[in-house]
Design a protein around this ligand. Structure first.
Ligand code: NI
Length: 156
């Protein structure tokens, strides 16, 4: 746990106290923790949809596990457009660590990453999303405008 000091204006504090009373929180810290979790989940969700993103996906698996390396390879070939590069490290006698850089629409990247992490025998699955910078002209051929995303980023 870390203790942080946050400055809130009176109106926001009043709103927060109302929520605390309405939901029966023990104290302000518990309420702020919950609201921060909600906000973080929402922020993660913003990566999804058709906005472009880059993500790193890491996971450990047992290369002796029956069919697992084959299943993983099949998945990567099926989504060859999403996976830019993979680093493979033979961690020890049994375990392989892979770090893959994915790029594509948030929802596609998310569903592919979740699928790899959910494979039986895949351990320590973890994915980090980064909103992709929009190139001035790009050639991945789906032809829609990214103007809205760009405007939102500038406003932030
Ligand atoms: Ni290996």
């Amino acid at each position: 746990m870390q203790r942080v000091t946050v400055t809130l204006d009176d109106d926001l504090m009043a709103d927060l106290d109302r929520i605390i009373a309405a939901r029966g929180y023990q104290n302000r810290s518990e309420a702020v923790r919950d609201l921060a979790r909600t906000g973080l989940a929402q922020a993660a969700g913003e990566v999804a949809g058709t906005r472009s993103c880059v993500a790193t996906l890491m996971y450990v698996y047992d290369h002796e596990a029956r069919e697992l390396p084959k299943r993983l390879t099949r998945g990567f070939h099926r989504h060859h457009d999403l996976s830019l590069a993979t680093l493979h490290v033979h961690l020890d006698e049994e375990s392989c660590l892979e770090v893959t850089v994915l790029k594509g629409h948030g929802n596609e990247v998310q569903s592919f990453a979740n699928g790899v992490i959910a494979e039986r025998g895949v351990r320590h699955g973890h994915v980090v999303y980064i909103p992709a910078p929009e190139p001035a002209a790009h050639s991945h051929g789906h032809g829609h405008s990214h103007a809205r995303g760009r405007r939102r980023r500038r406003a932030a």
